[in-house]
Write a new protein. Structure first.
Length: 289
């Protein structure tokens, strides 16, 4: 299986439809097939409300054999007020049904290959959420399920609920992950960092999900001066680590981003990575294809 999932969060907002199509076509030409999106991408853009990424993918799918690609989308993390993550639409059965119907329309498809519970909904019983998601699988509307940003205690509770009620297991677990560690006081809102302990727990499950890491390249931070790290990662140790990564990449005649992605794949984690141009995509993947 191709070791990379293409992230499409910026398509339709930061990246125009034409440029998005160019990246998608390049990814497929390189052998890729899995595309990651969500129904709230990219609500954080000044002109975004959510759904733009799915809509671009839906237009592109009109030019493709639908069965040649896998669409992985997420629901449950749309901002209720449209501006903050203080209140999300959540994972109630009613919202799951409504959200999936809307995603199917935007994606111009009759099924979703992988549907993620995007952020844990603490106000809805896990059993209610997972019964509704499992029903979608039984109907053939969704092929497989995944979880994203679930903390360890709730994840273990969910595993027990799935087993006790013979519901559809989750086949994917997606978390924020990169090679450098964020500062202890870093605040990522509802996003959960994949650490060594959580990774070990996922690998110890009887039904091991594929572990997927998003934001592996930190928006190009590995290509920049170590003195220009994002605030959540800005410390002396990370500066030294990036200097070392950049030196290793130079020795291999590769970009630092390419080395990062190759290392993450070697760790047994599947990166979700984005690119705004085919040229940048090829540079990022040069050690993997």
């Amino acid at each position: 299986m191709f070791p990379i999932i293409l992230g499409t969060a910026r398509f339709g907002t930061y990246t125009s439809q034409d440029d998005s199509f160019a990246v998608l076509n390049a990814f497929v030409e390189m052998g890729g097939s899995r595309l990651d999106t969500a129904n709230n991408y990219a609500c954080w853009h000044p002109d975004g409300v959510g759904g733009e990424s799915e809509a671009v993918l839906g237009e592109w799918l009109k030019t493709q054999d639908r069965h040649s690609v896998e669409i992985m989308t997420k629901i449950g993390a749309r901002s209720v007020d449209g501006f903050t993550y203080d209140k999300l639409d959540g994972l109630s059965p009613d919202n799951i049904k409504r959200s999936v119907e809307e995603s199917l329309t935007r994606l111009n498809t009759d099924h979703i290959d992988v549907l993620y519970a995007h952020v844990d909904d603490l106000e809805t019983p896990l059993l209610d959420t997972w019964k509704a998601l499992s029903s979608l699988v039984e109907q053939g509307i969704v092929k497989r399920l995944g979880v994203s940003n679930y903390r360890e205690p709730r994840l273990l509770e969910l595993v027990n609920i799935i087993n006790e009620n013979q519901l559809t297991p989750f086949a994917y677990a997606q978390y924020r992950y990169s090679l450098i560690t964020p500062n202890a006081i870093a605040d990522f809102g509802p996003q959960v960092i994949l650490n060594e302990h959580l990774f070990g727990m996922l690998k110890a499950l009887e039904r091991q999900p594929e572990v997927i890491g998003y934001s592996p390249l930190l928006d190009g931070a590995y290509e920049q001066s170590p003195d220009e790290l994002p605030d959540n990662y800005d410390n002396l140790l990370n500066c030294a680590l990036i200097e070392n990564i950049q030196a290793q990449a130079e020795e291999q005649h590769a970009s630092p981003s390419a080395l990062i992605l190759k290392t993450i794949v070697d760790y047994g984690i599947t990166p979700v990575t984005a690119a705004s141009t085919p040229e940048r995509l090829r540079s990022n993947l040069q050690l993997l294809v």
